[in-house]
Design a protein around this ligand. Sequence first.
Ligand code: ZN
Length: 257
Amino acid sequence: MNLSAMELSSEQLQAVLISAKSICVLTGAGVSQESGVPTFRGPGGLWRQYRPEDLAAPEAFERNPLLVWEWYAWRRELIQRAQPNAAHLGLVKIEETVTGRDGQFTLLTQNVDGLHERAGSRNVIRLHGSIWQLRCASCAEEREDYSVPLAPFPPRCSCASLMRPGVVWFGEPLPEDSWQKAADAAAACQVFLVIGTSALVYPAASLPLLGKRNGARVVEINPDSTSVSEIADIAVQSKAAEAFSALARFDRQKERA
Ligand SMILES: [Zn+2]
């Protein structure tokens, strides 16, 4: 079933979200983009002349760590200025509602910007790590660092080696612990909500299907048709923030009624 953003403010989707005892959500770049965080996808998706694949890779860091760090420093600055949007805030509300009646809510995100946490989401699994996490390129040292700009730059570990961004790069596996928790949540949920992700990047893309195979209703919110649309029980063709604004309006109407 395909619905527009206006039709989304219907009893039906509300009912799906409200009646579920367990909800799993997968978010992607589209949600961040609506807060002004660039996605580096499609035309204009370059930084200087580089593609993300040329920078977000272990080989790129070995070749030119300063260049890679300049890219991340620029992104950290943009993200620090960005604000969570209606989709981030709407997910906080859903989490409060679901956990308030002893249900399970798990937010799986491919975004590394931390905007979900800043909005107030609690049970967040970061599939691709965090841009605010620094990890030593040589030893096991890790730390969170929210400073913009970073000093010294590029950042160094107490062992004197360079720190690298604590994100998952092209060709690297997802953190095993996060992945296992994500797969467990996907397999156990009643509703799997997919928002703002083209679901092209595996293995994260396999999570909605895992939910579906285990009996979850799959709901997608995305302005474009994706591979998830084919398995979705409800596909809402809308930007995430618009969809959540419509849901919030519906909430207020109900409160008044
Ligand atoms: Zn170290």
